[in-house]
Structures are given as structure tokens and as C-alpha cells.
Design a protein around this ligand. Structure first.
Ligand code: GAL
Length: 641
């Protein structure tokens, strides 16, 4: 089923209603061209009423109804929210905050990732679900848990962290050396002294290596927690693929990539609340490109909002279609919503759903959902097709942590993500597909590799960059790159560290200050940073115009092997980036329908031979199509050719 037909539907929590509503939901689902329901995500306390007292009746009946109506089921394991009885009976399943205080039973995602009891309960529940529904013809996908995020600081997690550190660093001498514990008298004399960091000012926030290590440990622990259930599901239902929906960015998702069969993502861009849609759509696109690139295969859009909650500005007609087609054009094989029917009560009862509390199938939002469903049927030929870009932009979570933990680096509001977006934007403006990849991924597929602010070198990355350029690739990097190793230790010899040779430059000092540069006969203002560098073999193609370092290189290009390596000493405005990357695109022979940027707010994507042209600007835009014709696209609308 997956890859042959787009999944269209979403989270369904039927345990709140009786069968009359379930039957009505099946009727409405057909009207909405919906073919999939995701069930059981937070259902543990309704499936196991007290320890060992099971209540399958309602879920059995939902499966029957889904089958009778030709629908697919995505079945979740309910481990994102343990039942209250479990928290009461086994308090160790509850999460401990960084202040070392154990939480009460509350909200959700409030479980300990290490607790042997919780893991055992999760395995038992996964087995029961798999044995009961694993052969059900409606079942197409496992949805393991929900949106992993945050950490637990209990004694069990502290012990697991200690073991992880010991396994990684082997000896205390090595650990002390790699973490630089001579500073401020932080030397460890016994493994038992290792504890999780805490934010400023409460606890240990000053050790840059510890901060990054704790994040790494938690990402791996999250995958281990996923595998705890996945192993059982794979054993009982080897033919049903597994996913886990990604949302927040505090886990390094790269480490989950190999564990899941399909990457899935929950996307909530809040279009139309103000005039920032252009920026929001770029951010959404960036994340879709990251999700697709993780496995270099189509992903699943597991959640998006089908309408608008009361009290927010309503999404104007057509925007829902553009928002969902954006994901499809970037490689999603689904459009799934949170949620099908608005809850009766509690936190998300007014969230925005396909079916509102009025229960009607003729609302504007419902009709747009139905329209998306019929468009997905028409687009069936592109379902399962991949996208194979010539360009990759590195966004690396570990690099991000490294920057965040470098307190003295005065990064302030100038976020790493903004820097990465400013490079990505030049491709987005031309409708050029980009793989957004972590630095440890294979670069050999690409003609152009862009690594903005590559502050931290993970092992082997610098060597692979060298190899990439030597083999004819075009590489672009920026100021504030090549400063630390994987443990957040400054690289001796200065920046850009192990990339000095490939770039043919040396950085002396970094001025956090705007400047001006000369480029192709024009003067351009720069933003935020000016890296005072020396060309050591690289050609200088632009220089600074102001300050004591006036005349020093602002942009350099080093020919290395068959390729070229560019260094940008500053961050730049959108117009400059459009011009700069226009040359790179031409020079590197990047495959593109548009060599010039599209009108502001308009982007396009090609997938499986279909061209999606989307206008995220607040007004209509006149767009020249690749066949030479000119057309007008209204604000928030999509044209599919
Ligand atoms: C998601 C979550 C859903 C629902 C939704 C509301 O992050 O997975 O269960 O809470 O947010 O927007």
C-alpha cells in the first residue's frame, strides 16, 4: 500500500464516542476522500483499564469498520502516555526534571526512557497489539510512540549515562583529556562522579563537552527506547513497516534514520497569521527536504492542521491545498491531519480538525480536505517517486548543540538555523530541490555542497569534504567554521581547522559587525559578522571596504583537485545570496528550470514529472512558466502542471 497510493486521513481518537459517531465518521471519511485513520496513539488507559485488565472491544470494532469501508489503519503503540494506574503503582516510570525532582502523572511524554519496568510494559503492550491486529488487512503502518522529546534525569538515566560515557571514552584519563576537565577544577576521579548537566545557574552548565555528550546520549537512548518496541513489532509482524513521527528538534534525528523504515514528520506552519508566510513556507520546505534526505526516500506527513482553531486568523480559501501540496511536492507520500474529529473535551478540543463539533461534512475546511483527497487521487502516479537533488545544504544537529553550548562565543540572537536558511533560500527562490543533510551523510551524490557555519567537525567530515572537492564538487562554507572537534574542544592551529587546506585560507579574528564588500562591480552591505582572514593559496574574489581590515578578503575561491571551495567571511542579504548562488549554479551545472529567482514568495518543485508552482506571497504573482507562457497565481494558491 505504501508508495502506491497517497495516504490521506489522520489521527482518530474514537474511544471518546459511541458507535453512532464511528459509523457517521466512516460516511464522512468517504465524503472527504479520506482513506486512512491513525489510531491508538494515546489509548493505553482505554486499552488496559487496570494492570492486566484489557478492553479491546472498541478497537476491534474500529478495525472492523475500517475494513468494511476499505480504509487503511496506521496503528500506534501508546507508549507516549502511560496510564495513571501505572504511574501510581510504579513511580519509577515518571520522568525526573533536570532539577532532580520527579514529576507527577501529568500531560503526556512524561515517562522515563530507561526504566526497565516501563520498557517491559511497552514491550508487552506492543506484543499484544501486534498479535491481535498484526494480520488485520487494514493495517499498513506502525506508528511507534509519538513525538519523542526531552530527557529524564532520574538515577536510572544517570547510571545509563555513566555507562554510555564509559563505553565511549574507555578510561578516565581519556575522558578528562577529551572533555578538558583541568579547567575550573572539573577533573573526574571516578566514573560515579559523572552526572547530567543542568541549565544556568542551577547546576553544571559550564562544561561544553558534557552538554554535547548528554544530548548525544539522549538521542541514542531515544532510539534504544524506540527499538525496545520495534524489536517486538518486527518479530511478530515482519511485513508491516515502522515509523515514529518527528516534531521537535531536541533529538538528533539522524540517529533514528536507520531504525525506522519510513521517516514521518508533523508539520504545523501557521500560515496567514501575519505577512510572514513566505518565511514560514521556506522553513516548512527546509524541514521536508531534511525528512526526505534522511533516508533519501519519500517520507510521511503524519500530522498537519486541516483547519484553524477558534481565536486564530482563519486560513483563507486555497491555502490548505497549497500547504499540503508543498509537502507532497517535496516528497511526502501522504497528507495526514491532526485530527479527524475534534475532541469532546480537554486540552485540544478546539484544535482544528476535519470534522468540527458541528459534525458537518459541508464546511469550508471539510470541502478543502475533500479537494486535497481528490487531488491526491489524480496525482497517484507520483506517489513513491523520489527526488534526487544536485545540491545539499548541511544542517547538523550536533553542530547546532556545539554552537549553543559555546557560551563565550556570543552567538546571541544570530541563530545557526537563520544562517543555514539564508543559503537554502537562494535555491528555494529558483525552485531548486535541495537535500538538507547532517554532516556525516554521504556527499558523493551532489554537485554543490553548502555548509554554513560548520563550527564542529565530526570525525571524518573534513576528509570527506576534501574528497568531494577533489573529485570536482563545488563547496561553500562560511565564517565561524572549523572551530571545534566532536567534544567541543577548540582545534589547535586555528580556524577553519581541518578545512584550511581545501579552502586555502586562514582566519585570524572574527568581528561581530556589519561591513561592506565589493562584488562584481557593486557594493553590498554585509550583516552580523566579518571574518578577518588571510588567503593562503585561494583567489580573493571580494574584499571588505571598511574598518581596519579594509581590503582583506571577504570571499575567496580555492581550486582544489577538480573542484572549487568557496569561503564567505560574512552573512548576506537575500539579494546578494541570489546573485552569488546564481553564479555557483551555472558554474557547477546544477539542473534547474529557473536560472533566475522566481517572483518573491513564489517557488516551485518538480516531482515525478509534475511541476508544482506555489505562491506564498500575500498578493497575486505573475509567473513565467518553463514553457515560456506567463500566468497569474493568486496569493496562497498552487498550480500543478
Ligand atoms: C502534535 C501531537 C498531537 C497533537 C498536535 C496538536 O505535536 O503529536 O498529538 O497534540 O501536536 O497540534
Amino acid at each position: 500500500m505504501l508508495g502506491k497510493q497517497f495516504l490521506h486521513g489522520g489521527d482518530y481518537n474514537p474511544e471518546q464516542w459511541d458507535e453512532t459517531i464511528w459509523i457517521e465518521d466512516m460516511r464522512l471519511a468517504k465524503l472527504a476522500n479520506v482513506n486512512t485513520m491513525t489510531i491508538g496513539i494515546f489509548s493505553w488507559s482505554m486499552l488496559e483499564l487496570t494492570e492486566g485488565e484489557y478492553n479491546w472491544g472498541w478497537m476491534d470494532r474500529i478495525f472492523e469498520l475500517l475494513n468494511e469501508n476499505g480504509m487503511n489503519a496506521i496503528l500506534a503503540t501508546p507508549s507516549a502516555a502511560q496510564p495513571r494506574w501505572m504511574s501510581e503503582k510504579y513511580p519509577e516510570v515518571l520522568r525526573v526534571e533536570h532539577n532532580r525532582v520527579r514529576q507527577e502523572h501529568k500531560v503526556r511524554v512524561n515517562y522515563c526512557l530507561s526504566s526497565p519496568i516501563y520498557r517491559q510494559k511497552c514491550r508487552e503492550m506492543s506484543r499484544l497489539l501486534a498479535e491481535r491486529y498484526g494480520k488485520n488487512p487494514a493495517l499498513v503502518l506502525w506508528h511507534v510512540s509519538n513525538e519523542y522529546h526531552e530527557d529524564c534525569h532520574c538515577d536510572l538515566c544517570q547510571q545509563a549515562f555513566r555507562e554510555w560515557v564509559q563505553e565511549r571514552y574507555k578510561t578516565l584519563d581519556n575522558l578528562n583529556e577529551r572533555w578538558g576537565t583541568a579547567f575550573w577544577s572539573h577533573r573526574y576521579s571516578d566514573w560515579s562522579e559523572i552526572r547530567s548537566p543542568q541549565p544556568w545557574p542551577a547546576g553544571e552548565w559550564s562544561m561544553m563537552s558534557l552538554g554535547v555528550a548528554w544530548k548525544r546520549f539522549n538521542s541514542e537512548l531515544t532510539v534504544d527506547f524506540f527499538n525496545n518496541e520495534a524489536k517486538v513489532l518486527r518479530e511478530v509482524t515482519p511485513n508491516i513497516p515502522l515509523t515514529s513521527n518527528i516534531h521537535t528538534w531536541d533529538v538528533n534525528w539522524r540517529v533514528l534514520t536507520d531504525a525506522v523504515d519510513i521517516v514521518s514528520y508533523d508539520s504545523y506552519p501557521r500560515f496567514q497569521v501575519d505577512d510572514g508566510d513566505y518565511e514560514r513556507s521556506l522553513h516548512a520546505s527546509f524541514k521536508y527536504d531534511y525528512m526526505r534526505a534522511l533516508k533519501r526516500q519519500p517520507f510521511i506527513l503524519m500530522e498537519n492542521n486541516p483547519s484553524s482553531p477558534p481565536g486564530t486568523k482563519l486560513r483563507r480559501p486555497g491555502y490548505h491545498i497549497t500547504k499540503t501540496m508543498q509537502a507532497v511536492s517535496a516528497g511526502s507520500d501522504s497528507v495526514l491531519y491532526f485530527q479527524w474529529r475534534n475532541g469532546k473535551t480537554s486540552n485540544e478540543m478546539f484544535h482544528g480538525a476535519v470534522v468540527n463539533h458541528d459534525g458537518r461534512g459541508d464546511t469550508r475546511a471539510f470541502k478543502e480536505v475533500a479537494k486535497v483527497g481528490s487531488m491526491l487521487q489524480d496525482l497517484e502516479s507520483i506517489c513513491g517517486t523520489n527526488i534526487d537533488p544536485d545540491v545539499a545544504v548541511i544542517y547538523d544537529e550536533e553542530n547546532h548543540w556545539g554552537i549553543e553550548f559555546s557560551t563565550m562565543a556570543r552567538w546571541d540572537g544570530r541563530s545557526y538555523m537563520n544562517q543555514v536558511h539564508s543559503h537554502y533560500r537562494a535555491f528555494w527562490n529558483r525552485g531548486i530541490a535541495v537535500d538538507v543533510i547532517p554532516s556525516v551523510k554521504d556527499f558523493s551524490h551532489y554537485k554543490v555542497l553548502v555548509a554554513p557555519v560548520l563550527y564542529m567537525f565530526l570525525p571524518g567530515v573534513a576528509e570527506r569534504i576534501e574528497e568531494f572537492v577533489k573529485n570536482g564538487g563545488t563547496f561553500v562554507t562560511t565564517f565561524w567554521s572549523g572551530y571545534v572537534d566532536e567534544d567541543n574542544h577548540a582545534i589547535s592551529g586555528g580556524a577553519p581547522g581541518y578545512m584550511s587546506k581545501v579552502l586555502g585560507i586562514r582566519s585570524e579574528e572574527l568581528d561581530a559587525c556589519a561591513n561592506e564588500i565589493d562584488f562584481k562591480g557593486h557594493t553590498w552591505k554585509t550583516e552580523h559578522f566579518a571574518d578577518v582572514i588571510h588567503a593562503e593559496g585561494a583567489e580573493v574574489i571580494s574584499t571588505f571596504k571598511k574598518e581596519y581590515y579594509k581590503g582583506s578578503p571577504a570571499i575567496t575561491c580555492n581550486s582544489f583537485g577538480d573542484g572549487k571551495a568557496y569561503y564567505m567571511s560574512s552573512s548576506h542579504c537575500e539579494e546578494f545570496m541570489n546573485v552569488f548562488y546564481g553564479d555557483i549554479i551555472k558554474e557547477a551545472g546544477v539542473d534547474t528550470l529557473y536560472s533566475e529567482p522566481l517572483p518573491k514568495g513564489v517557488t516551485c518543485r518538480e516531482r515525478g514529472g509534475k511541476l508544482f508552482v506555489m505562491n506564498f506571497a500575500p498578493e497575486e504573482r505573475i509567473v513565467k512558466l518553463p514553457n515560456g507562457e506567463t500566468t497569474t497565481i493568486d496569493a496562497g494558491q498552487t498550480l500543478i502542471l
